[in-house]
Design a protein. Sequence first.
Length: 100
Amino acid sequence: AARRLRTSAPRRAPVRPPRLERLTLKEYRIASKMKSNFHPPAHREFLDFMGALAQHDFDTEHASVVAARKAVETATAEADASRKGQRASTNYHLSRHLKR
């Protein structure tokens, strides 16, 4: 017996968003202080520095290695100077799950 070819995609049930538990106020405060994604300061500059070290056989006195190290130091200093608290949007999204 020949099998019929399927001409359309099978129907699937719609995907529903998960039901999240409500947070207590204490849990909300803790979660709002946590960072969701950690991006180390001056990550790109640090990778450039490591690449320059490897390229010049770990000669720390080479001009390009010294320049890359200075770039890491300045980027780290800028990141420390501009560090601020949580973004308002993060607090908004967390507050949607707050027990009231």
